[in-house]
Design a protein around this ligand. Sequence first.
Ligand code: ADP
Length: 358
Amino acid sequence: MHATTTRALALDNVSHRYGNLLAVDRVSLHVDEGEVTCLLGPSGCGKSTILRLAAGLETLQDGRVLMQNRIVAEGESGRSVPPERRGVGLVFQDFALFPHLSVARNVGFGLTELEPGARAQRIAEVLDQVDMSDYADAFPHALSGGQQQRIALARALAPQPQILLLDEPFSGLDARLREQIRDDTLHVLKRSRTATLMVTHDPEEAMFMADRIYLMQAGRVVQSGSPDALYHRPVSPFVTRFFSETNELAGIVDGGQVATPLGVLPAPSLETGTKVQILIRPESLRIARAGDNGGAVSPAILEEVRFLGGSKLLVVRLEEGLGGGTVLRLRQSGRHLPERGSKILLQLDPADALIFPA
Ligand code: ADP
């Protein structure tokens, strides 16, 4: 016997044009049961278009959309299941609550097929899930942004959708509240085991929420995988830079190695003579302590120290050797750091350097 996973959603080779603009270019992706998947990328890269194609709010031109392993839209045949019959729950950035309906009636809006008793019970259940039981009779205008977001989530979850589609659901909230609400939302999604596809442009948000991330650039998926894989094993400088600030050096491969101002780095898979870009994250550099002998150290001057709360951002200038004058940024925690202007020794674990052909 041959077991197939039930895919809550799959896009198979989907492309989409607006006039001459190819907004989505041969994208394939899937969301498994119980999984939270993020579609991540800069503004305009095609994320919302994909979400609308999945929901059926946009006519599919090319490729296929499957839900629960069944085709719901096909470009070639023009076949398409209407949005209301796809079993999708939607939450948008602006929450789109009905202003003239109470919280309970907002949440019950999609429950037309239930008897009044069962309907009231389901409304109570989901309001409890999002911790808003006390607000059943309130109207949206009387709620804070965070509370409105919870109601929008409850409304989308009430009919027990096969898949939940979230389009930048937290970007209308201020920073502090956003962290709390996304934490709460993740708990609700995981407890209800609702398969979710979330669109965001915020890498930190995607890493926090997602089991799997699809990173997009100009209509195409450039890398997919776990947050850990994308962060630690990026396939290109674009992917690396998307997740954090970087220091960038250049070099040439010689015998499986690259000489840099921060020591000799291994580049076993690249041919001698290949020009490379070396990307180093601020957190990968540290100030070596006296007597440290865990790898190469480079003398430098500490030029600036900026306080960031939990850590400090340091700007250093390499002193001598082949990188004389190179300015690098690093992040370090701890109260006792050298004074501005002092000489320090800088250290990099060669495994933390990300090397790409230039
Ligand atoms: P994202 O969600 O990643 O910001 P979108 O899917 O909204 O990207 O848009 C992808 C590209 O398609 C952008 O260049 C955008 O300007 C364009 N676009 C989106 N919707 C339309 C539309 N209805 N008509 C024409 N162009 C559109």
